[in-house]
Design a protein around this ligand. Sequence first.
Ligand SMILES: C=CC1=C(C)c2cc3[nH]c(cc4nc(cc5[nH]c(cc1n2)c(C)c5CCC(=O)O)C(CCC(=O)O)=C4C)c(C)c3C=C
Ligand SMILES: [Fe+2]
Length: 419
Amino acid sequence: MRRDQADDERVPPRDEGRRGFLKCAAGMAGAAAAVGLGGEAAAVPASRTAAGLREDRQLPDQIPFHGHHQSGIVTPQQLFAGFVGFDVLAENREGLTELFQRLTKRSRILVAGVKPQDEQVAKETPTPDSLTITLGVGASLFDDRFGLSGHKPRHLKAMPAFPDDRLEPPRCHGDLSLQICAQHPDAIVHVLRDLTRETEGLLRPRWRADAFLNPSRPSGSPRTFIGFKDGIVNPDTGSDREMDRLMWVTPPCGEPEWALGGSYQVLRLIRFHIEKWDKLPVARQERIFGRRKASGAPLDGEQETDAPRYRDDPHGTKIPLNSHIRLANPRTEKTDNSRFLRRSYNYDAGFDRSGKMDLGLVFCGYQQDPERQFATVQQRLQHEPLSEFVTPLGGGYFFILPGVRDADDWFGSRLLEKV
Ligand SMILES: C=CC1=C(C)c2cc3[nH]c(cc4nc(cc5[nH]c(cc1n2)c(C)c5CCC(=O)O)C(CCC(=O)O)=C4C)c(C)c3C=C
Ligand SMILES: [Fe+2]
């Protein structure tokens, strides 16, 4: 990874945000290639461009693909993401093995550098783009097609419909989930084109959500379209102890041996009723979330990083008892193990047929057990005041396979070689 003076010079001012970054990146592409830097994104410290990333965190141009865990989970968030649910067309175990091996082979290559598929530019040097490709499996993969029914991860099931949901079946579930994250939107598309071409006849896309982070405005964590800073509070990804307790499938957990090192992914496509939300006075919006809209600070604090002091406010005078943050994480000893890692992105799909804006959140959560964590939190949030302004329409529960250990390993090897 190169980090030098030239890198810093190519960093747009923070306030310029994503648009500024892209403009700058486009302008620099030629220059970067000319001096052999291997791509402009390679050198831009993400903490200065991707909103919400802490100042001390930088995103390397190449995120290691091999490891005990897959990348794209505790990796600081890239600017862009594509989430895709697939059904498997392979008809037997050999076909599934072939599919996983091809996905591994191509992912390993793509992480080292993405390039356009088009003939005329195919000779371009592949550009690493802080790419992560994260593969998950749905409960339906463990039906009787591949002889895997006795090997399902213990907590894997199809995502249930929660009371405030209006799930649309074509936007839900899947045998596989792919999360593709990168610093440029075209990289996501190139990767998707590459992977679908290389797995032709073995996979069929079911749904897709393209998503992105908004820039910090004016600083700190990025805002969703609802206008509040999001992703302020998360488990500490730098603490192995916390990660082993909340995120990774680690013994003793009663999970099959092949699943160790994996994690559970919960995806929720949540639409905002933004026209209705925008009519609400800011003071009311703030009581719904329990945080200040401008600063992101809890209603009893000054700064976004201040911890709310619920014990000093037992009746919810400052932070309402039914506010989003207080219900989501009451910060008690009893609720501590329902915490999980949120790694969500925004989507904007234009207008619906009635002329309403179709935008919202691709909510993405990682955890050790979706029932103990996501579903417990979701249950506490049931019928919260926010639910009048948002509708979950899709998503799914997936098990994120353990990492690919080295150049000889492949996604799901321990599952498929074992059975
Ligand atoms: C079931 C889990 C959650 C769903 C679904 C969810 C939806 C959702 N959230 C926001 C906006 C914000 N969420 C914030 C905090 C927050 N949300 C959850 C869980 C779910 N959110 C948790 C666990 C937390 C952290 C609470 C804490 O530890 O204090 C915030 C505040 C900023 C932050 O900490 O990130 C915002 C804003 C939307 C818009 C939304 C669905 C549409
Ligand atoms: Fe939330």
